[in-house]
Every structure is written in C-alpha cells, then in structure tokens.
Design a protein around this ligand. Structure first.
Ligand SMILES: Cc1ncc(COP(=O)(O)O)c(C=O)c1O
Length: 404
C-alpha cells in the first residue's frame, strides 16, 4: 500500500521511497544510516549545503517575532524590504524591482502575467504572445506548463493557456521568422539561459545575444528563467551576468534560500517597471498570500550572507572545473558518451547501450545521488560547498557503475 503522501513527480502506486533524515554540507543520510553524496544539491537548490545552524537560528528567531504577515496593500515587513534591497544590489539589470512569491512555478507564471499586463499599461494591449523553447522547463503551474518544452510534462494536462507557443530550442532562424510574422503581438520570449531539467543544455554561441536582438527589434520582453542558474550556479550571481545579456524580467527561486524556506521571485527590469509605474491609479491585482513572507526572507538574507562570506559564487567555478574534468576523462575513456554543462551544472551523456535509470539506482546503492533524465542523461549539480574528495566520489562511482 502506498503511504498517504501522494508524491510529486512519482508513480502514484510506488510504495517505497528513500527516506532522507539528515544532512551536513554535501552529505545526507537515509533512514537506514547510509551516507550519500548529494550530487544534485537536492533538486538543484542547496547551494550552501545542508545543516546550516545559522539559517535555522535566523528562521527560528524571526518566527518568534512575527512569523508571517500579509504584504498586500497597505502592509509590508522589514525582512521583505531588506531582501528586496539586497537583491536589487545584485540584480542583472539596473533599476529593477523585485516581486516575491514562494516557488519557481509561481515566479514563471508571475513573469508571464507581468509581461502581458506591462504591455497593456504601455499602451500595447495586443501584445499577448509568449514564445518559449523546446526542452525548456518552467515549472508546473498552468502558465509554466503551457510554456513547457518537455512534451511528457504537458501530456493530458490541457487545454493550456492561449497564445503560448514553443520553437525548436536552438533554431534562431525559425524564431526570427515566427517573430517577424507576429511582430507587434509578441509579449515576451521566455527561456532558461542554460536549459536544466531537460538534461543541461548550454546555449549555442551567440544564441542568447540573438534573442536579445530579436526582442529589441520586435518590442518584446526577454524573460530569463534563472530558477536553477540564479544565485551563483554559473560562477556569477546570475546567468545574465555570465553570458553578458540583459533580460527584461528574471525569475528565480531555489538557490535564493538554498531551500531552507520556499521562496521565489521576479526581477522586473526598467522597461516593464516603467510601464507598471506609468499610471498612478493602476493597481497590480497579482500577489500570493505568502509574497514577502518574513521567515522565508530572513532565510534568504542569511543564505546570501553565507554565500558572500564563503565566496561560494566564485567557488562554483572550482566545483565545475573538478566535476567537468572528471566527466571529460570518463568521456575520453569511453565510459560515457560525452559531457555538457556550464559553471557547476554538468551532465553525463550516455551511450545508447547504457540506461540512465539503472545507473542512477546503482550509484544510489553505492552512496551517490544524481538525477536520471530520459534514458541517456545523468545530471550533477552539487552544493557549492562540496569538497574535492566528494566530487571524486561522484566521478569514481559513475566510472565504476557506467564502466561495468
Ligand atoms: C528553470 C525552472 N523554472 C521553474 C521551475 C519550477 O520551480 P518550482 O519547482 O520551485 O516551482 C524549475 C524547477 O526545477 C526550473 O528548473
């Protein structure tokens, strides 16, 4: 009999799960006492590592003062204001404002809605079309599911939000002609700078720059979904910095708190910001009960302070070099087919005779967590505090299992 907990992204009939009971740095332990190297920072988010008393203490202290209070008009709170100011300082665009919510999915739906309503406020109410890419993952709310580029994640959930279309992931020409066809009805182009959940696909050289140019040419907003790449994963605060491309809206979640509390948000850059602020009588009818939740905001502030103090953004490059070096040598030896990635997020592309799920299960049995995607990909996105030895354990275990 399955338990009462209906699990996310799992077969409803599955009865047994690996029960994680404790964590410390890049290690976690299951209920049988097995030590596991967390090669995925849980689900791409635990940048500062597990077991940080400092964040637990900050959460507890805030909960004792005021655990939660609405930020709907007319209220606000200090942690939310402080966090927005802090994020403003590291944002990838000048003069941005920060909308806060509770997850990446909420952030994506927020960005899609803000893009449309900002065009209305700017006097272009016909701009509704949102274009995303195949292989894109944008969460599971209806906006994000409609923009979803991973076909099985859409199946049987329709009908979807109207006027949201996908283009083939790397086809600039195709996108250019679609945009030329629909020019003044386009609200936004939505993309992950590095596609993550589909199996880690960095952009082809110049691709993101081309998106920026096309959006400028057609008056559309460029939305970067930085739910995975934000907060240091690529060795800079945001992928927008890393690739030198300035988007109009940026979604984030995961790494902003390293998962110690659920928190997401959207940076609203100068273009959409000016549109939203244009009419003093305009009232933004969008927000979540927990937008600006003070406990989540102090978790983020403490997480960001740790990242700065320990130089974890820069450390992503070291972690990435260790990991990609190991994977490259496995590819050179034919143990895996190839590797692809950027910063501290890397994939092992497998040979046709290998099976990702079987390798993942055996690696788990030997004490290493990675993620299997389709039959041909394993992904690695460890906490940025992972030691060289622990990266070595990931690579050696993959070598032993995939090479068997
Ligand atoms: C790029 C991207 N966008 C959105 C999401 C959805 O975030 P959440 O699961 O917090 O709703 C994810 C989650 O993995 C993601 O990788």
């Amino acid at each position: 009999m399955p338990s009462a907990f209906l699990h996310p992204f799992a077969k409803p009939t599955r009865e047994s799960f690996v029960r994680i009971v404790r964590g410390e740095g890049a290690l976690v332990w299951d209920s049988d006492g097995n030590e596991l190297v967390d090669g995925m920072a849980s689900l791409w988010y635990c940048a500062v590592g597990h077991g940080r008393d400092e964040i637990a203490d900050a959460i507890s202290a805030q909960a004792r003062v005021i655990a939660a209070y609405s930020c709907f008009d007319p209220f606000t709170n200090d942690p939310a204001e402080q966090l927005a100011t802090e994020l403003h300082g590291i944002a990838p665009m000048d003069d941005s404002r920060v909308f806060l919510c509770c997850s990446g999915s909420e952030a994506v739906d927020t960005a899609m809605k803000l893009a449309r309503i900002a065009h209305v406020q700017a006097g272009q109410p016909q701009r509704k079309l949102i274009i995303s890419r195949t292989r894109g993952y944008h969460g599971v709310n209806y906006g994000g599911t409609s923009a979803q580029g991973i076909a099985p994640n859409r199946e049987n959930f329709g009908p979807f939000v109207a006027d949201v279309v996908q283009v083939p992931a790397d086809d600039v020409e195709g996108l250019a002609s679609l945009m030329a066809q629909h020019s003044d009805t386009i609200a936004a182009v939505l993309t992950e700078p590095v596609q993550g959940a589909a199996g880690i696909y960095p952009p082809e050289e110049g691709y993101l720059q081309s998106l920026r140019k096309l959006c400028d040419q057609h008056g559309a907003y460029l939305i970067f979904d930085e739910v995975i790449t934000g907060y240091g994963r690529l060795g800079s605060w945001f992928a927008a910095h890393h690739f030198g491309v300035r988007p109009d809206l940026v979604t984030f979640a995961k790494g902003v708190t390293s998962g110690y509390q659920p928190l997401g948000g959207v940076f609203v850059g100068p273009g959409p910001r000016a549109a939203l602020e244009r009419d003093p009588d305009f009232f933004l009818r969008h927000g979540f009960t927990y937008s600006g939740h003070p406990v989540a905001c102090v978790a983020a502030l403490t997480n960001l302070a740790i990242m700065r103090r320990e130089g974890l953004v820069e450390r992503a490059l070291h972690v990435g070099a260790q990991l990609s070096g190991g994977l490259r040598s496995l590819a050179a030896d034919g143990v895996i087919d190839h590797t692809r990635g950027e910063g501290a997020m890397w994939a092992a592309g497998l040979r046709p005779d290998q099976n990702a799920m079987a390798i993942r299960d055996e690696m788990l049995r030997r004490g290493v967590i990675c993620r299997a995607i389709n039959t041909d990909t394993l992904t690695f996105c460890p906490p940025l505090v992972i030691t060289d030895d622990q990266v070595g354990r990931i690579v050696d275990t993959l070598a032993a299992v995939a090479g068997a």
